[in-house]
Design a protein. Structure first.
Lengths: 156, 281
C-alpha cells in the first residue's frame, strides 16, 4: 500500500501521488499537466477522457492510477511523434473536424487504434470505431472525413 | 486525502484473504466499480486489484471439450474469440454489443456478471449458452449454473468475500448463437435483448434480458422452439411464454408494457435469423 505510484506516460516515467481511489484522469490533468484528456461525464460514457493504455483506448476516468503501474499510457500530447497519430492530427485540422475541441483528444486516440487495426476502414467501420466518443458540436461528418483522409494518406 | 488503500495480490489465495475484510472491494476492469465510486454510490475503504492474478486470466480448453473463460477476460477478447462458435456464438455476439470499444477494452466478464446489472448483455447470453459460474472462496471453489447465479436486481449468489473465478461454457456444438439487442442508441444498455442458442440437431435455448431482475428463460419456451426454429408461429408462442414470465419495470428506456409487447416480436425475429442457412458469423 502506498500513496505514490510510477506511471509511464508518452514514453516518460513519473512518480505521482495517488490514493487507492485516484483516477488516472485526475493524475494526468492535475499532476502531469496533460490536460488534453477531459472530464466530460466521469462515468465512462462520453469518451472525452479516452487515452491509450498499452495501445488500447480506455477511459481514464474509470482507470485508477494505482492500477496503471507498469503500463504504457499514451495521451493526445504524445501523438505528434506517432505516425498514425500525427496523420490524424493533420487530417482533423485540414478537414475542419474540430469545433469546440472538447471531444477531439479522445477521438484521436480512438481513431489511432482504428487505423492501426484497419488500414482503409469503411465509413461504417469508422463510425463503429468512434462509437465510444461523443461529439456535441459537429454532427460527426467532418470527423469521419478526417479519419478517411488520414487513412488515405497513410496507405499511400 | 481519501486514505483508500490499494492492494495488488499476486495469487487468488492472497486476494481472497484481503477480501475477507468487508470494507474491501475487488477491482476487475473498473468499468462499473470506478463509475460508481465517481458517482459517490460506493466508497470502499480498500481496493483489491485482480490484475495480477494468473488463475483468473485466459480462455482455455477444458478436458471435456468445454471452454473456460477466466473472470478477468475483457469483453474485446471474448468478442474476438473464435472458439466461441456454433451454439456458443451467443456469448461472443453479446460481448461485441457491450457499450463501446474503449469500455470493451477495460470491462471483464467476471466483473460484469458480479454486478448483475439487469440491462447488461452477458446474463441472458450465459443462460442461453448453459454457462456454469465457478466461484472462488477461502474455503474452496464451487460451481453454479448461470441461471442460479443471477438472483435479483444487482444481486448474485456470491457471498461476501467470494469472487467469480471463471465462466465455464459447454462444448460448442454445430449450430448458431445470436444476440439481438434493442437499445435507444448504440452503446446503451439493452431495453430488451434476446439471446438465442440453436444446435443443428434442433435443440434451442433462448433467454431475454432487460425485462426483469434476472434473465427470463423457460423450458417450455425452449421446447416450443426446439426443432421449429423456422416456424414463426412456434416462435411467437415461445415469445408469448417468455413475455408472460417477464417482470419488466417502467424505466427511462421503456415502459413495462412496451417491453412485454416487444419480447415476442424479437423472439420471432431472432428465430427467423437463426433459421437462415449458412448465416455469416
Amino acid at each position: 500500500m502506498s500513496d505514490t505510484c510510477r506511471l509511464t506516460v508518452n514514453g516518460a516515467d513519473s512518480t505521482v501521488a495517488a490514493e487507492g481511489d485516484t483516477t488516472l484522469l485526475t493524475v494526468l490533468r492535475d499532476q502531469l499537466a496533460l490536460t488534453g484528456a477531459k472530464r466530460g461525464c466521469n462515468q465512462g460514457v462520453c469518451g472525452a477522457c479516452t487515452v491509450a493504455i498499452d495501445d488500447a483506448p480506455m477511459r481514464s476516468c474509470l482507470s485508477l492510477a494505482a492500477n496503471c503501474e507498469g503500463r504504457a499510457i499514451l495521451t493526445v500530447e504524445g501523438l505528434e511523434r506517432d505516425p498514425i497519430g500525427a496523420a490524424l492530427q493533420r487530417a482533423f485540422a485540414e478537414s475542419g473536424a474540430v469545433q469546440c475541441g472538447f471531444c477531439t483528444p479522445g477521438m484521436l486516440i480512438s481513431a489511432r487504434r482504428l487505423l492501426a487495426e484497419t488500414a482503409r476502414p469503411s465509413d461504417d467501420a469508422i463510425r463503429a470505431g468512434l462509437s465510444g466518443n461523443l461529439c456535441r458540436c459537429s454532427g460527426y461528418r467532418r470527423i469521419v472525413d478526417a479519419v478517411r483522409r488520414a487513412a488515405q494518406e497513410l496507405s499511400r | 486525502m481519501s486514505g483508500v488503500a490499494f492492494h495488488r495480490p499476486r495469487s487468488l489465495d492472497e486476494a481472497l484473504a484481503l477480501l475477507a475484510d468487508e470494507e474491501a472491494r475487488p477491482l476487475a476492469g473498473g468499468a462499473s466499480l470506478v463509475a460508481m465510486m465517481n458517482a459517490r454510490l460506493l466508497a470502499p475503504a480498500a481496493l483489491v486489484s485482480l490484475r495480477e492474478i494468473p488463475e483468473l486470466r485466459g480462455i482455455t480448453d477444458e478436458a471435456d471439450g468445454g471452454i473456460r473463460i477466466g473472470a478477468m477476460t475483457r469483453h474485446c477478447e471474448t468478442a474476438a474469440e473464435g472458439r466461441l462458435s456454433g451454439t456458443l456464438g451467443v456469448v461472443r455476439a453479446a460481448a461485441g454489443k457491450i457499450a463501446n470499444p474503449p469500455v470493451r477494452n477495460m470491462g471483464t466478464m467476471g466483473g460484469s456478471i458480479s454486478l448483475a446489472d439487469p440491462g447488461a448483455d452477458y446474463p441472458a447470453a450465459l443462460v442461453a449458452a448453459g454457462a456454469v459460474i465457478e466461484i472462488a472462496a477461502k474455503g474452496g471453489s464451487r460451481r453454479l449454473a448461470a441461471r442460479d447465479f443471477f438472483v435479483d436486481w444487482y444481486t448474485t449468489a456470491l457471498e461476501p468475500g467470494e469472487l467469480v473465478a471463471a465462466i465455464l461454457l459447454p462444448q460448442p456444438r454445430d449450430g448458431d448463437g445470436l444476440y439481438h439487442k434493442l437499445a435507444r442508441v448504440a452503446g446503451d444498455f439493452a431495453t430488451v435483448s434476446v439471446a438465442l442458442s440453436a444446435a443443428s440437431d434442433g435443440a434451442v435455448s433462448v433467454a431475454i434480458g432487460g425485462c426483469g431482475p434476472t434473465p427470463v428463460a423457460s423450458e417450455a419456451a425452449n421446447a416450443a422452439l426446439s426443432g421449429r426454429l423456422g416456424d414463426a408461429q412456434a416462435a411467437r408462442e415461445a415469445g408469448e411464454i417468455l413475455a408472460g414470465l417477464a417482470d419488466p419495470v417502467d424505466d427511462v428506456r421503456a415502459s413495462a408494457g412496451y417491453r412485454r409487447l416487444v419480447i415476442p416480436r424479437m423472439v420471432v425475429e431472432a428465430a427467423a435469423a437463426a433459421a437462415q442457412p449458412a448465416r455469416a458469423a
